[in-house]
Ligand binder design. Structure first.
Ligand SMILES: C[S@@+](CC[C@H](N)C(=O)[O-])C[C@H]1O[C@@H](n2cnc3c(N)ncnc32)[C@H](O)[C@@H]1O
Length: 178
């Protein structure tokens, strides 16, 4: 890959995490407008579901950067009572909503369009999930701190049981900001 291509790729990736919401939305729409992410459309065997089931314990889940609805439709139906997926991309949300209807989960799942960095929840959640979206929370090491802006208006983290993020280098999930 040429030096110029590497620089362009780095700048694009920087904008997807640090840019203004409008630019991030544009770039994420581009990402999902083609078939680039089709490979990740089904993830039934992902180890995250085991963790989610355990910690949600039939409660509520907030999925920040929910994508095309994998978690919303692949997690066992009886593992949670309500689920909110937040994503910046309309394309992703459209797919997530269609899959939710096809799975008969419209009564449990709802989706919100927005930048999770300034999203203010309207309820408390038992589990907050950043699944493959943690890379776009800048800076990574300050997540619990920046989480104050994410989880609620007054900085109260609420009675959640766990927040999960996918680690950068492997497929393990770890708990953050507890
Ligand atoms: C790699 S995908 C992962 C999707 C999903 N969590 C999964 O595991 O299938 C990252 C998702 O995060 C969303 N995203 C990235 N930055 C975001 C932001 N600032 N606010 C809301 N969604 C964001 C993207 O639109 C995309 O759907």
């Amino acid at each position: 890959m040429s030096f110029v291509k590497i620089v362009i790729r780095k700048m694009r990736s920087g904008m997807m995490s640090y840019g203004p919401t409008s630019i991030k939305r544009l770039l994420w729409e581009q990402e999902y407008s083609g078939d680039k992410w089709n490979f990740a459309y089904h993830s039934m065997s992902d180890c995250v579901y085991e963790h989610l089931e355990k910690h949600a314990a039939g409660g509520s889940i907030l999925d920040l950067g929910c994508g095309t609805g994998n978690t919303a439709t692949e997690l066992a139906m009886n593992a949670y009572c309500d689920y909110t997926g937040v994503d910046i991309s309309d394309t992703c949300l459209g797919k997530a909503e269609r899959r939710t209807q096809q799975n008969g989960r419209s009564a449990k799942n709802r989706f919100v369009r927005g930048d999770f960095l300034n999203y203010v929840p309207t309820q408390f959640y038992d589990v907050i999930l950043f699944r493959e979206s943690i890379y776009h929370v800048p800076p990574l090491c300050a997540l619990p701190e920046s989480g104050r802006g994410i989880y609620s208006e007054n900085g109260d983290l609420g009675p959640r049981r766990a927040a999960f993020a996918q680690a950068v280098d492997d497929a393990e999930y770890y708990q953050v900001g507890i």
